[in-house]
Design a protein around this ligand. Structure first.
Ligand code: GAR
Length: 190
């Protein structure tokens, strides 16, 4: 049963800074938002984002042990009736077993215009290849890395003066804008 009627009980998985987490928490606090963030999970117990979640009175769980991270997380997801997982800067690859066992939707934000540049160092690769555009994508998580159906993406122009840092900054700004939008679109079409 949903803890907050009309809103999906949501867990956000992070590994570090948590700026996307912040934007999702901000969105979830809106009266008409479709999600309630119940739990934030990290494979890095000292992730900055966990501190922010804690200050926002959200339950947190941090565990860097590879061996039991997934099993312990699955238990918590069940305990808190989680309907949706949003990966937000979560740098660990979830196993097929985890995805199957959770059995509900998992979304991810990736800093490239998928299917271009799956994996790491996306901005570096876009600049090196002299791409005219970079961007961010929200997609469904499947067993194949960064390959599930794209729900929403937005591009930004790469200027001659851009470097990895300036591009990351520009893309991050649109990430914060499109993740809540993508969640709305995804849940509206369930
Ligand atoms: C974001 O740019 C996100 O798209 C990226 O990590 C950053 C996390 O920033 N995710 C990935 O690269 C996943 N493969 P944040 O912690 O400030 O949200």
């Amino acid at each position: 049963m949903e803890k907050y009627p009309g809103k999906k009980n949501t867990a956000v998985f992070i590994s570090g800074r948590g700026s996307n987490l912040k934007s999702l928490i901000k969105y979830s606090k809106k009266k008409n938002s479709l999600v309630k963030i119940i739990l934030v999970i990290s494979n890095n117990p000292s992730a900055e984002g966990l501190k922010y979640a804690s200050r926002s009175k959200i339950k947190i769980y941090g565990n860097k042990k590879k061996s039991n991270f997934e099993n312990k997380s699955l238990k918590l997801l069940k305990k808190y009736n989680i309907d949706l997982i949003c990966l937000a800067g979560f740098m660990k690859i979830l196993s097929g077993n985890f995805i199957k066992k959770f059995s509900k939707p998992i979304l991810n934000i990736h800093p490239s215009l998928l299917p271009k540049y799956k994996g790491l160092n996306t901005h570096e690769r876009a600049i090196k290849n002299k791409d005219r555009f970079a961007g961010a994508s929200i997609h469904k998580v499947t067993e194949k890395l960064d390959s599930g159906k794209v729900i929403l993406q937005k591009k930004v122009k790469i200027l001659k003066s851009d470097n990895v840092r300036s591009l990351e900054k520009k893309v991050l700004k649109i990430e914060h804008e499109i993740y809540p939008k993508a969640i709305e679109m995804f849940l509206a079409n369930l």
